[in-house]
Design a protein around this ligand. Structure first.
Ligand code: TXA
Ligand code: MG
Length: 380
């Protein structure tokens, strides 16, 4: 994406102290650009070859101009970190598969955890999820606010399957911070946003925390000051008859019970299988999967990657003919679903490089291929 002069400081821009760790440069217009040195990017085990060019990260105030720029960046599939009342979120166009795949890459997430989709108001969620009476009551009581509801995806849900980690549910939230809702209204599409931290780190509650974690990995950071709540939203699943509290947060279980007339369950050993980050909550195909395949058996479907193929498949889906891992991640769940529906004897999967987003893709493939009785329980 090209940006206007006012927001792209040139070579003469000065050094900043406030956000200086990543080589910040301040332009006269008040925007700040970061270029994080490549050597500090990625986890220590990420091969240098897997790292792409550092992205110049602009820092803008969360004002009208900042919102306009954010809408433009999001519209081009870019990443924008923005504040909510709970924590800063790492936002992308939730309807754009590749943009959502970039979130996982920027966070350095080793596997695909489902993401929360943000909406400007309760009405806006109805195109994405099925809303029952309980959801309506909770939305009326707590939205906008620090409550995330996990609901069934609607048939015409426009949101990328990556946001759902391949499942048939979607987490939705209407944030309380007015400027976050202004951004959502101005963008006009749902924004997928996990907390704007690197994988394994604590959630950021100030713009400078985001700079420390994500400078050089995102296009834009909107600084709206410190977050007022400071802990993440409560995540409540309404997929079953009894509500399930997946994550305690800004709205208490007691407050939820007052609206619903019953206390939500907490995940126990039995219910834990539906909790976030756990294997069976993610897409598990009915078909048997064979991984790292170089030769096909009769009757198999092929999930290929890269320019080469293997002859003899009953059906083939290529995750990325050019070998682009971002594109492959974006297509993974939809391709698996398609092949699963094909009626093929099994799904044979060609080798995917174990680097960058390839690690997340392989993680999901390994879990999808594991015998159902020996599912590892925790994905972290
Ligand atoms: O306050 C918040 O919720 C912040 C702000 C930015 O909105 N977001 C946030 O996102 O904390 P994240 O990705 O860091 O945490 C989302 C949690 C994860 O534990 C994830 O597994 C769970 O919500 N989650 C998301 N979608 C889910 C789904 N469909 N089913 C079950 N759990 C889901
Ligand atoms: Mg988080």
């Amino acid at each position: 994406m090209t940006c206007s002069k006012a927001f792209c400081p040139g070579r003469n821009a000065k050094r900043s102290n406030k956000f200086g760790q990543n080589g910040a440069a301040i332009a006269r217009g008040g925007s700040v650009q970061f270029r994080q040195p490549l050597t500090t990017r990625g986890s220590s085990d990420t091969p240098a070859a897997a790292m792409s060019e550092a992205i110049p990260t602009r820092l803008l105030k969360l004002d009208e101009e900042g919102l306009l720029q954010a809408v433009e960046v999001l519209g081009h599939g870019g990443l924008v970190a923005f504040p909510t009342e709970t924590v800063y979120g790492l936002g992308a166009d939730a309807t754009n598969d590749r943009a959502v795949a970039r979130i996982f890459e920027a966070k350095g997430r080793p596997h695909f955890n489902p993401l929360i989709c943000h909406y400007p108001d309760a009405e806006a969620i109805t195109s994405s999820v099925l809303v029952d009476r309980r959801a309506e009551a909770l939305a009326a009581a707590f939205w906008p606010g620090a409550l995330t509801l996990v609901l069934p995806r609607s048939a015409a849900c426009p949101v990328s399957l990556l946001c759902s980690a391949g499942m048939s549910s979607l987490a939705v939230r209407v944030p309380a911070l007015q400027s976050a809702r202004d951004l959502l209204s101005a963008f006009g599409r749902p924004i997928a946003a996990p907390s704007a931290n690197r994988s394994g780190k604590v959630s950021p509650t100030r713009a400078e925390h985001v700079v420390q974690e994500l400078a050089g990995r995102i296009e834009l950071l909107l600084d709206g000051g410190p977050c007022s709540v400071g802990v993440e939203s409560t995540v409540l699943s309404l997929l079953d008859e009894r509500p399930l509290l997946l994550r305690p947060g800004g709205i208490t279980a007691e407050a939820i019970a007052e609206v619903l007339g019953e206390m939500p369950r907490s995940p126990d050993k039995e219910t834990a299988i539906t909790a976030p980050g756990m294997l069976t909550s993610h897409y598990a195909p009915d078909s048997h999967l064979r991984l790292n395949v170089t030769a096909l058996e009769p009757g198999e479907a092929l999930l290929s990657f890269g320019p080469a193929s293997i002859q003899g498949a009953v059906i083939e889906m290529n995750l990325s003919p050019s070998g682009d891992l971002q594109e492959a991640a974006a297509r993974l769940f939809a391709a698996l679903r398609r092949l699963d529906r094909s009626g093929a004897k099994a799904i044979a999967v060609m080798p995917i490089p174990e680097e960058g987003l390839g690690r997340a893709i392989n993680d999901r493939l390994r879990r999808a291929a594991a015998p159902r009785s020996s599912l590892p329980s925790d994905l972290g």
